[in-house]
Design a protein around this ligand. Structure first.
Ligand SMILES: Nc1nc2c(c(=O)[nH]1)N[C@H]1C(S)=C(S)[C@@H](COP(=O)(O)OP(=O)(O)OC[C@H]3O[C@@H](n4cnc5c(=O)[nH]c(N)nc54)[C@H](O)[C@@H]3O)O[C@H]1N2
Ligand SMILES: Nc1nc2c(c(=O)[nH]1)N[C@H]1C(S)=C(S)[C@@H](COP(=O)(O)OP(=O)(O)OC[C@H]3O[C@@H](n4cnc5c(=O)[nH]c(N)nc54)[C@H](O)[C@@H]3O)O[C@H]1N2
Ligand code: SF4
Ligand SMILES: [Mo]
Length: 751
């Protein structure tokens, strides 16, 4: 039979932009392969936009190094086994640990791709809950946890995250993000570059604050090189200017906001504090510029302030996330068209205008005493919680879609710690720097084998949109949801033969039970069992998604609104559905106990002295920041030849004056070490460029694949330094998030 071709559309699962793809599948005998991946012009949101990663989705899916069968490690050797044997093996290793009765001996680390899969979003939490441990970790504490904490304290809900209304704003301030390369984060918008250009074409302005002259800075009207770690101070200085100029005006939100006068008292009261003359030199931004930048925000009819990982994965991450919202609030732009706004996802849970509010610290870490935040402890503590003896020590670890050896500070220490575990299970398609330490690897099917809907990113989109993609290719093995369900039953002590459908029943029962009991739900008062019987979908995740959509704000509510939405109705629109631009949502979507926005939460106020102390004695010398590359995604796309190629991928970028002062020539080998720990070091190649400001060096993360026992045939040859050998276990105390940026370092030539 001659090969046949068909084209399918689906949403790209690789980054937060959620672009629509058109994938050409060629069937040749028994084998079907994705032979071409293009942007989908019919996609309601991305309208044909695609980046080089999306175009490589087929190559990634068909990567010959991708594991397809479970494997068990015996010493240094791996043995491929069947699924039943793999689960029986895990059960046997778990039994004695469970029998000892110390649930804290169990732990989980969830990596970034979980937020890009239905399985990770729906079945991941079930597994984590079933562990019954305080030892829960994730990539969130090397990323965006400060943003959740700021939202939790201000709006009562850590997932109530405002996104810049890119398509309607006249003035956009970007702090610590490089969406021209990252394609955006916590602000889902396909084609950020095009949307930035459109702002300027309609007469608006875009201003970037970044220690490096990034690709995004290149698209903007202005770039301010800011000293790492000073964003919160800069924004508080701008707030002070607004107060002193009498330009604070909350507009519609004035009546539902508390704390503004208290802020004024604190930032304007003391002499010198946060005055532009004092803050300017610390940030590297002229006091007059600070004043003008503040007043421009107040003058602009529509303005949005946006901050991301450069400001959040930092020493004052939560303060920075708070100040981003504070500027919008004080200038009347928050929750208004063209400002920062709150999306309304098709699957959103009902909102009530008030709620129980946000809490942290219900449990604490054993070794360093960090408070739990959103049920998690800081990822930087994982190594110590494995190696420190005593009750509560981690003995068994489940790593789902994570590569913490490369992504978490102290990666080499973690690598050594993992070797001490009695049981490590990795749910991951690759044998890499982290999973090589596992006792068992359970590989999930590839991206074309699974259904897709962006549970995470429709809550962060700059328009209210939704798309559903059915699997593009069939898969005979277990789904990732099925794998996670079986693990859940094992840790509950139900054994390897228990029916994974029990987990789906439990998830659905809980979800529909809550909906039935909630007067704000379209399914209020209905019978959960009857509703469950009506769910449609080919798999557990799809049926749960159907339940979420039907009980969401536009849902059909199991008959309550015959014109409402179901998964089937969404699936009938392959290019997706556009519900239009964002609409104002406050106060209805607040979840604070008093139904007010808390502009000055106690936790934030309590952290200001730490910022003040630091400002009084800021670090001099070199500060390390990260960097992303268009053809990369954290640590795991470097095994696709097209995506790993290129010069300068993991060079250490350094300013000419800093290089000259250290005798470092362009292209020379250098040693990069932490100033607080000279042993925490890597070797890198210097790239001398004034793209980074003086006093700042930049090295990307996610490299360091040349380790013994790696199954990445391409990436392990590329190698590269693991920057997280240099970064330190320093956290933002409010969120437990690692300070990946602004790390004091030293650089010296080698030889
Ligand atoms: N110094 C420094 N460190 C950083 C950062 C930084 O800017 N600087 N950035 C941080 C950020 S923002 C993040 S999000 C973290 C990421 O940290 P991690 O999530 O720990 O690491 P990733 O590199 O995303 O690794 C993802 C893993 O998931 C596997 N995987 C891919 N697809 C799937 C799938 O469908 N199912 C399963 N089960 N597994 C899959 C991959 O093989 C890989 O092993 O890194 C952080 N680390
Ligand atoms: N191509 C590509 N895309 C990705 C990823 C990837 O690895 N590669 N990773 C994905 C993930 S998991 C995430 S979380 C997102 C992140 O998306 P972004 O938040 O856009 O991340 P970056 O591109 O690292 O941009 C952060 C910027 O902050 C700057 N910066 C560092 N320190 C400071 C500081 O103290 N103040 C200020 N103002 N700026 C500072 C850095 O120079 C950098 O330009 O990207 C996602 N998209
Ligand atoms: S921008 Fe992100 S979502 Fe769009 S094609 Fe590239 S990787 Fe995929
Ligand atoms: Mo991330």
């Amino acid at each position: 039979m001659p090969p046949t071709e068909r084209v399918v559309t689906r949403t790209c699962p690789l980054c937060e932009a959620t672009c629509g793809l058109r994938i050409t599948l060629r069937a040749n005998g028994d084998a079907t392969r994705a032979v071409k991946v293009a942007g989908d012009p019919g996609d309601v949101f991305s309208k044909g936009f695609i980046c080089p990663k999306g175009a490589a989705l087929g190559a990634l899916h068909h990567d010959p190094d991708r594991l397809t069968r479970p494997r068990i490690r015996e010493g240094d050797a791996w043995r491929e086994v069947g699924w039943d044997e793999a689960f029986a093996y895990i059960d046997a290793k778990l039994r004695p640990i469970l029998a000892d009765g110390d649930r804290d001996a169990l732990a989980a680390y969830a990596g970034n791709p979980n937020v890009h899969t239905l399985a990770g979003m729906i079945y991941g939490p079930a597994l984590r809950r079933s562990l019954g441990t305080r030892n829960l970790y994730s990539a969130s504490t090397v990323d965006q946890m400060p943003r959740h904490v700021a939202s939790g304290w201000m709006y009562g809900d850590p997932d109530r995250i405002p996104v810049p209304d890119l398509d309607r704003t006249d003035l956009l301030y970007i702090f610590g993000a490089n969406p021209a390369v990252s394609n955006g984060s916590l602000a889902t918008a396909p084609d950020w570059p095009g949307r930035i250009r459109a702002i300027r074409e309609r007469g608006g302005r875009v201003v970037v604050f970044d220690p490096r002259r990034t690709a995004t800075a290149g698209l903007a009207d202005a770039h301010h090189a800011i000293r790492p770690g000073t964003d919160a101070a800069l924004m508080l200085s701008m707030a002070r200017v607004l107060f002193e100029a009498g330009r604070v005006g909350l507009g519609r939100l004035a009546d539902i906001t508390k704390g503004v006068d208290a802020i004024r008292g604190v930032i304007c009261g003391g002499p010198g504090d946060f005055a532009p003359e004092r803050i300017g030199p610390v940030c590297g931004i002229a006091p007059d510029d600070i004043r003008r930048l503040a007043l421009d925000l107040a003058d602009a009819p529509r303005a949005a302030v946006y901050g991301r990982i450069g400001t959040q994965a930092a020493r004052f991450g939560t303060l920075a996330a708070w100040t981003v919202d504070l500027l919008g609030l004080l200038t009347g732009h928050l929750d208004t068209p063209g400002g920062a706004m709150f999306p309304r996802a098709l699957h959103e849970r009902p909102v009530h205008g008030r709620g129980r509010g946000f809490r942290v610290g219900r449990r604490h870490g054993r070794v360093a005493g960090d408070p739990e935040v959103r049920g998690e402890l800081p990822a930087v503590r994982l190594a110590d919680e494995i190696t420190t003896p005593g009750p509560g020590r981690i003995r068994a670890l489940f790593v789902v879609a994570g590569n913490p050896v490369l992504s978490v500070p102290g990666g080499d220490r973690l690598d050594a710690a993992l070797a001490q575990l009695e049981l490590m299970v990795a749910v991951d398609p690759y044998l890499n720097a982290t999973t090589r330490r596992a006792h068992v690897i359970l590989p999930p099917p590839g991206p074309l084998h699974r259904p897709h809907y962006d549970l995470a990113f429709y809550t962060l989109s700059v328009r209210d949109v939704a798309r559903f993609s059915p699997p593009a290719l069939p898969w005979a093995g277990p789904s990732e949801a099925g794998i996670l369900a079986r693990l859940t039953l094992l840790v509950l002590g139900m054994g390897p033969k228990a029916d994974p459908a029990l987990v789906e029943q439990q998830i659905v029962g809980h979800l529909l039970g809550k909906a039935a009991a909630d007067p704000a739900s379209p399914a209020h008062g209905r019978d959960p069992r009857a509703m469950a019987a009506q769910l449609r979908g080919e798999s557990g995740p799809e049926r749960v998604l159907d339940a979420l959509i039907r009980t969401g704000p536009r849902g059909e509510g199991f008959g309550a609104d015959p014109d409402g939405w179901t998964l089937a109705r969404l699936a009938a629109a392959p290019g997706g559905v556009d519900f239009g631009p964002l609409a104002p949502r406050l106060p209805a979507s607040l979840a604070t106990p008093d139904g007010l926005i808390d502009a000055f939460p106690d936790a934030i106020r309590g952290d200001l002295p730490r910022l003040r102390a630091w400002l009084a004695d800021p670090p001099d010398g070199l500060l390390l920041i990260g960097r992303r590359h268009l053809r990369s995604n954290n640590s795991w796309l470097h095994n696709v030849p097209k995506l790993a190629r290129g010069r300068d991928r993991f060079t250490l970028r350094i300013h000419p004056a800093d290089a000259a002062a250290r005798g470092v020539a362009d292209g020379a080998a250098v040693r990069l070490s932490a100033r607080s720990d000279a042993e925490a070091a890597v070797q890198a190649t210097a790239q001398v460029t004034d793209e980074v400001m003086r006093g700042v060096v930049s090295l990307p993360h996610g490299w360091g694949h040349a380790v013994e026992g790696s199954g990445l045939s391409v990436a392990s040859k590329v190698g590269g330094p693991n920057v997280n050998r240099v970064t330190q276990p320093v956290v933002d105390p409010l969120s437990g998030n690692a300070a990946l940026n602004g790390v004091p370092v030293e650089v010296r030539p080698i030889g």
